[in-house]
Write a protein that binds this ligand. Structure first.
Ligand code: SAM
Length: 178
């Protein structure tokens, strides 16, 4: 079974996490996750951002809002999915990453507001990117890069535009370019 990776953002706060949450979903998309699931405040802004970037830059990245994340996680686990909880209290990702399956369904959980204590118990892996407090976006980026490696451009087909890497400027190719 192919690997299918979701990112679950717990505890989104509409009054203070807009940019952080939007960047978290963009990072999930760019570094190879299949979808991002928003929990906490039901805020349309991040969802609109993720859908707009996916439409413009391509790929089939999905996003949705989940009103009952802990219930969803328990059901996900019961159906055989693996839960990776990114937390500064966890085991080092460098040692643990090899234990995490590279097939089947995996969800990577990051917090915002205080994370429910029960999450540590239902997670299959509690993984730290160092044991110092920093950011969910940084933690997700480092974890995904180590877990999935380089993401090929084929993941982002069908967009309106694509970037041509350049040494000295911005080169954007639109799909109508000859
Ligand atoms: N105040 C929240 C709490 O105590 O649960 C956490 C705030 S922290 C800025 C938000 C999220 O970033 C955490 O829930 C965790 O997912 C992630 N994070 C922060 N530092 C991390 C680290 N060193 N390793 C892994 N994840 C980390």
């Amino acid at each position: 079974m192919d690997l299918d990776v979701s990112v679950l953002r717990l505890g989104h706060r509409v009054d203070r996490d807009k940019r952080m949450t939007s960047h978290l979903g963009l990072t999930a998309r760019a570094l190879g996750a299949n979808r991002v699931i928003l929990a906490g405040d039901n805020d349309k802004t991040p969802l609109e951002t993720w859908r707009s970037v996916t439409s413009r830059f391509g790929g089939d990245f999905e996003c949705r809002y989940e009103p009952k994340p802990m219930k969803w996680l328990k059901s996900f686990s019961k159906s055989g999915g693996k839960i990776v909880h990114l937390t500064m209290y966890g085991k080092s990702w460098k040692e643990s990453i090899r234990e995490i399956p590279i097939d089947g369904k995996v969800v990577i959980v990051v917090g915002g507001t205080k994370v429910p204590g029960e999450l540590f118990g239902i997670a299959d892996y509690n993984i730290a990117i160092g044991n110092q407090p920093h950011s969910e976006v940084a933690a997700l980026a480092v974890f995904l890069d180590t877990y999935l490696g380089p993401v090929g451009e084929e993941r982002f087909e069908g967009g309106e535009v694509s970037v041509m890497p350049s040494e000295d400027g911005k080169v954007l190719i639109t799909k109508d370019d000859p």
